[in-house]
Design a protein around this ligand. Sequence first.
Ligand SMILES: Nc1nc2c(ncn2[C@@H]2O[C@H](COP(=O)(O)OP(=O)(O)OP(=O)(O)O)[C@@H](O)[C@H]2O)c(=O)[nH]1
Ligand SMILES: [Mg+2]
Length: 423
Amino acid sequence: MFVDEVIIKLVAGKGGDGCTSFRREKYVEFGGPDGGNGGRGSNIIFRTDKSLRTLIDLKMMKTIKGEKGTNGKGYDRNGANADDIIIKVPMGTTITDAQTGDLIVDLVKEDETFIVAQGGRGGRGNKSLSTRENKAPKMSELGQPGEEKNIKCELKVLADVGLVGFPSVGKSTILSMISAATPKIAAYHFTTLSPNLGVVKTIDNRSFVVADLPGLIEGASLGEGLGDQFLKHIERTRVIAHIIDMSGIEGRDPYDDYVIINNELENFNPKILEKPQIIIANKMDIPSAYDNFEKFKEKVKVPIYTISAINGEGLDKVLVEMANMLDKIAKQPLYEEEKFESHVLYKFEEEELFTIIEEPDAWVIKGREIEKLVQMTRFNSDDAIHRFSHKLRRIGVDDKLRELGVEEGDTIRILDLEFEYRL
Ligand SMILES: Nc1nc2c(ncn2[C@@H]2O[C@H](COP(=O)(O)OP(=O)(O)OP(=O)(O)O)[C@@H](O)[C@H]2O)c(=O)[nH]1
Ligand SMILES: [Mg+2]
């Protein structure tokens, strides 16, 4: 089991601004308000795509930003909503808040969709803001900023391809060349003691997970060498990559190696041999490998891929073939079964309307609703300022401040906005 994970910042789109405008009619200096509302900013939506197996595409992204909604205009024209951004992830992706670790969503089913960061609401134009008391407001709201979040995406995966073979045939070297994994590589046997996994990407952009497994020797199925514990990992991979040291540099015959390993796999569990197997001849950079390869080909009449892991030669072709083999296998879920049973959706805690904090230089007011009000108010008209203070009063901020002992002239701060308290 291996966890593929990525941390990304999401900034959903800001809402478009509302518009302040008045109808112009013949002989009437000011008609009624006709400023339209701004459009919603882009939501950032995550959707599962069953053709994906890893999070490798997300690794390129540090920040995903949404577009701003269009501003409202005169003549009652509302701005358009920005297009949503859809991020595709494999089934089994868990999204948590990177700061708190709280679960946001577990995306398990096919085409499951979830809005992870909500686009800001469009600001209202003066037409929408007109009330019985103020039929022609000379103000409009700004668009609401989009939600901002740092999220962690995690995918628990089993390996698609297992690298199998005698010790020192170059399994770890291969993994180090085809993925970002950095397994230990050394000229002695049993260098790798537990499986290493890496995510690989083919030249035609398909990705899958490869496991570099500890070396096997004759009798492994009976507990020789590192024993049969690692054969268990092989049972869980979908394709077996059988790596053979074609140079014979350690004094063994490559064909014998091939037969011995297959015997061990069969002794452990005959079903393993039913899995598709790709045969890879490594260390082709060593001259003795050529003769051995000619002899080997005579005996093993299936396609054999020749590579030099140390030089990276032949690896692109091998990865494409592995991806082809995986595509042919009936798609099985790679994540753990129990994930299907239940998944909790993120629940917002009921939030306090606002909090007041006394700081040396100001009374600081915090709270989603109030902060939103500040972000969406354009403080450039008396109407807007009037509406703002009216709302503060209605939410109960004024009463609370007085109760706490605020005095005329004290500074009040909400986000970046500072103003003096007036009775
Ligand atoms: N000349 C040559 N040497 C290679 C090649 N690939 C690997 N080696 C060397 O073979 C030795 C063993 O490589 P590893 O990648 O550690 O082998 P392994 O199969 O992971 O071995 P275990 O973990 O012990 O099972 C190292 O000294 C490598 O540098 C190759 O293509 N050519
Ligand atoms: Mg190794």
